[in-house]
Ligand binder design. Structure first.
Ligand code: HXC
Length: 514
């Protein structure tokens, strides 16, 4: 028996040693963990079951025939997170820089097939020099089949990409197709072409960090949904995200017995949200007050901060929250916030996570920058995503809901299931100041005291038109409530909508304005 196990242990040890001690030390010296250390940190202890440990490349030329490292530079398999099945692959930078060759690509593709067929989330830990130069078109084919599988998995199982090293060239497109991208600060970079190519083509000098570091993708491009200063925090945030997600599109989102009271009254909301519609406040304080135990996992927190999105629980059930943020650009909608909101809504819809929308917005941001950038096309995504979503949709207007922004923010007209407003909310085509200037411009000009007349007309307009009661009288709102009742009323609505089923027209697929 011992004779049998020794050779096996030997080759296993060889596979685990991967690129060798020197390369492992080099990896550690860059503050990076090895592929296996990362998997261990991500999964429940002892739960990892490897697939394809003994796979090797079959390339020749450019020195490839000299060495056939096990795993071919990617550790693949399955394990558990909080007792639930996940599939995971981790590129091993100590083997040819984690580069993707034919066998490496096939291993990831096979794992994605398993994840889709068995209905469990898939997590990719990326740390790779990109297409394996020695394998030429075979490595490009490897990437192509990964992209194809990512698309087949999209909307079937949650897909999470974690970037822990270089991710350049076409390699970035696999993470981009997946649902969420996590990036570690300093060591992770994502770009289509590196600084040297940028310099050669555009004469622009730019560092790796300036071109594609975690801060750039968190704040400017919106490519990264989550970042963290170190791998350990980042991987523990992956586990946090998974706690809100179902295993696949056919299973319900995970329920966690709540410790928070569903009847909890929220008198503080009237203080958090100033009555004066011009005064800013942080809508995250409203969200934290509404949801179970104040636990809110914000997604893309530093990108398009005028719209807040993220996951929380209400009465123990996960919800996706979409909220205008008056603290940033007064909560206007614009190109980036529309993109951000629409993709999140579609994710929640694909995985049966009910949407709770909190509205306080003066409308869409005007100006040539927005018009030239295609705000028409991008803004339409929000209307499309809300209309397309068949998941439960509960919308609460906190304060301002003007114009097109009123419609696209989960209104009744786009299929909102339960629409609410606080008693002081203003719903109108535009704000009182703008409306009065347009409708009464001649009267104001002719008045003895134009400023006083304008103020009087604004007051009248606010009282007559900018109230939720007109919308409620038309049935566009299901109820007008006191802020303190918000948590209880939203939870009651979500409860009756839990088994909502809605048919959609038969078609291949719609055509969202991209
Ligand atoms: C083969 C590679 C490799 C690659 C790195 N290595 N990238 N081997 N193909 N693409 C190997 C190195 O030869 C080295 O081997 C080991 O990995 C570590 O690399 P180092 O350069 O020593 O590491 P470091 O200094 O940390 O630099 C990392 C790096 C650099 C920035 C990623 O290696 C690099 O620039 N690599 C090339 C990146 C690239 O241009 N890839 C193609 C992108 S285009 P030894 O034996 O010395 O340990 C692309 C298209 C995809 O990916 C299209 C998909 C559709």
């Amino acid at each position: 028996m011992e004779k049998m196990s020794n050779p096996l242990e030997k080759i296993r040890a060889e596979a685990i040693l991967a690129g060798g001690e020197a390369r492992i030390a080099a990896q550690h010296s860059k503050n990076k963990q090895t592929a296996r250390e990362r998997i261990e940190q991500l999964l429940d202890p002892g739960s990892f079951q490897e697939t394809g440990m003994f796979v090797t490349h079959r390339a020749s030329g450019l020195g490839m025939e000299k060495s056939h490292p096990f795993t071919d530079g990617v550790v693949t398999g399955w394990g558990k997170v909080e007792g639930k099945l996940v599939y995971v692959f981790a590129q091993d930078f100590t083997i040819m820089g984690g580069s993707v060759g034919e066998a490496h690509g096939l291993k990831i593709a096979a794992l994605l097939d398993l994840a889709r067929q068995n209905g469990a989330p898939v997590i990719g830990l990326n740390d790779s020099g990109g297409a394996r130069i020695q394998e030429g078109v075979e490595s490009l084919a490897g990437y192509g089949q990964i992209f194809y599988r990512n698309v087949q998995c999209s909307g079937v199982v949650p897909q999470i990409s974690v970037i822990l090293g270089p991710c350049a060239g076409g390699a970035v497109y696999s993470p981009a197709i997946t649902d969420f991208i996590f990036m570690v600060e300093k060591t992770a970079h994502m770009f289509i072409t590196g600084p040297e190519v940028v310099k050669a083509v555009t004469h622009q000098e730019v560092s790796f960090d300036q071109l594609g570091g975690a801060a750039i993708h968190r704040e400017l491009s919106g490519v990264a949904h989550f970042t963290a200063p170190d791998e350990e925090t980042l991987l523990s945030n992956v586990r946090w995200l998974l706690s809100f997600l179902p295993q696949n599109n056919l299973t319900p989102p995970p329920y966690q017995a709540p410790s928070d009271d569903i009847q909890r009254s929220l008198p503080e909301l009237s203080q958090i949200v100033p009555a004066d519609p011009q005064q800013p406040y942080d809508v995250r304080s409203v969200i934290e007050a509404l949801v179970d135990d104040g636990e809110f996992l914000e997604v893309q927190g530093d990108y398009a901060a005028n719209l807040v999105i993220g996951f929380a629980r209400m009465d123990g059930y996960p919800v996706g929250v979409v909220a205008n943020q008056p603290f940033h650009l007064a909560g206007v909608l614009d190109i980036n916030s529309s993109d951000k909101g629409a993709r999140f809504i579609r994710f929640c819809d694909a995985f049966h996570i009910p949407l709770v929308t909190l509205v306080d917005t003066p409308g869409f941001l005007p100006g040539t920058d927005q018009e030239y950038g295609g705000v028409i096309r991008h803004g339409a995504k929000l209307a499309y995503a809300y209309s397309e979503a068949t998941v439960a949709k509960v919308t609460l207007i906190l304060r301002k809901a003007y114009g097109g922004a009123y419609i696209v923010m989960g209104s009744k007209h786009l299929g909102g299931d339960y629409n609410l407003a606080w008693a002081n909310a203003e719903i109108a085509v535009m704000g009182p100041e703008g409306a009065v200037s347009i409708v009464f411009s001649k009267d104001i000009a002719a008045a003895q005291d134009p400023a006083a007349e304008r103020d009087r007309l604004i007051k009248n307009y606010r009282a007559e038109f900018a109230t939720p009661l007109i919308a409620a009288s038309r049935g566009y709102l299901d109820d007008v409530i006191d802020p303190s009742e918000s948590r209880t009323v939203i939870i009651r609505a979500l409860e009756v909508l839990r088994d909502k089923r809605q048919n959609t027209p038969s078609r291949k697929h719609g055509n969202i304005p991209l």
